[in-house]
Structure formats: C-alpha cells, structure tokens
Ligand binder design. Structure first.
Ligand SMILES: N[C@@H](CCC(=O)N[C@@H](CS)C(=O)NCC(=O)O)C(=O)O
Length: 225
C-alpha cells in the first residue's frame, strides 16, 4: 500500500514532510491538493482541510508535525530527532518557531501578496503591495532572523550537532520566502544565509526546489516591479 502525501508542493508544511521523507530515504506517492479547492474526499484525510495530510495505506494522518513524528517512530534510522531529551525539545521548539511563528507572518505578509496572489489568484502585483511586503520583512521577519542567527551560532545544524527536524523546518520555510525574492542577506545574517545555502544544496531540498521553479519562483518578476 505505501505512503501517500497530499498537498501543494509550494506549501512550507508539505515541503517539510517531503524533505523529511527524502532525508529518510522513504518512497511515497505525492498528490497535489489545493486546500482552498480541495477534492471531496479530502476532509476524511485532513479534518481541518489543511495540507499536508498522509495516508499510510488506509490510515489517515494530518498535520506536518504529527506526520514527521509518526514516520520517525516507524523508521527510527537515520534519526532526524535528537535522542537527548533537551536537544529533542529544542528541535521541536525550532520547528514550532517556524510553523507557528515565522510562517504565518511570511505566508500572509509576503508569500501570499507577492507570489500566491499573482500566480494563482489572478491578483495584481503593484509597487505598493511590494513595499508593504518589504515592511513586513523589515519589521517582523528580520527580528526573527536575528533570533535564528543567534540560535544557530557557529554550528552546522540548529540542534544537537546533527541534521534534525529543526533544520528541515527552517530550510523549508525559507524556500517560500526565496520564491518571493526574500532571503536573509549574508551581510546581516551570514550564518543563517550559509546554513540555508547548505540545506538547499542537499539532494532532498534541491529536487523539491527544482520542481517548484515553475510557476512559483517569482524573484525576477518581483525585482522588476
Ligand atoms: N499545523 C499545520 C499547518 C498546515 C497549514 O496551515 N497549511 C496551510 C497551507 S501552507 C493550509 O492548509 N491552509 C488552508 C487552511 O488553513 O484552510 C501543519 O503543520 O501541517
């Protein structure tokens, strides 16, 4: 039967699960679902209607965090959660910082007006809309980059000296901002910028980012506004 993951590829939560599955070396089928126009069966898999959702055979499971934790129990190696209790909690915290902290701001304030609206909702991209989004970056996202920069410090990975769900969550969320032409510059956030470069070069992320280029990468179009 195997795994089937539902959700549009550009969702940071879907991307998190797909990168996680790739890092685990787990095969799965992917079905794109637009949460705003879901197929009739979708609420049976995802009761809140959100993406992603997973089917393990005929067993449904919603929520990216629940999905990754479930898969970790099913496939403990290679471990993508630290064993040490505090490091484990830190990894969950950084994932939560992205999922409930940075991503709602980035989604509503940057990705939706600059990318999703123009690409998928027939909404215009104007200079005013771009400037408002850049204010969100400066006032709300930049301080979050400061926090991530400090947290990462001089380490290769966010937590426990190993690749974990924390790294996957941070790297995934920032791909959506990248599509909008927004990324932490190397002058202000050199460690975070280098970290993202390393993570996005991993085969797990490189394949997903390549798949998303069309139609989601709007960097050049946005730069011209
Ligand atoms: N906590 C959820 C959040 C998922 C989520 O908010 N996904 C968005 C797309 S990026 C969604 O489905 N939005 C539609 C809706 O909330 O109705 C998870 O981690 O899976």
């Amino acid at each position: 039967m195997g795994y089937k993951l539902f959700g549009a590829n550009v969702s940071p939560f879907v991307r998190k699960c797909r990168a996680y599955l790739a890092e685990k070396g787990l095969a799965y089928e992917h079905e794109s679902v637009n949460p705003y126009q879901p197929p009739s069966f979708y609420r049976q898999v995802s009761p809140l209607g959100r993406i992603p959702a997973l089917l393990d055979g005929d067993r449904p499971l919603a929520d990216s965090t629940a999905i990754c934790l479930y898969l970790e129990r099913c496939h403990p190696t290679p471990a993508l959660y630290p064993t040490d209790p505090y490091a484990y909690a830190q990894a969950l915290w950084i994932e939560e910082y992205m999922d409930s902290g940075l991503l709602p701001i980035a989604g509503a304030g940057v990705f939706r007006p600059l990318v999703l609206g123009p690409v998928a909702m027939n909404q215009p991209l104007t200079k005013d809309i771009k400037e408002t989004a850049l204010e969100v970056v400066e006032n709300q996202i930049a301080p979050m980059w400061d926090y991530l920069e400090r947290y990462l410090g001089g380490n290769e990975f966010f937590v426990g000296g190993m690749l974990s769900i924390a790294d996957i969550a941070v790297a995934s969320g920032h791909v959506s901002l990248w599509h909008a032409g927004v990324d932490p510059d190397t002058g202000h956030w050199p460690k975070l910028a280098a970290f993202l470069g390393r993570m996005w070069a991993r085969p797990s992320f490189a394949a997903l980012i390549a798949e998303e280029q069309t139609p989601w990468n709007r960097r050049e179009a946005i730069a011209r506004i």
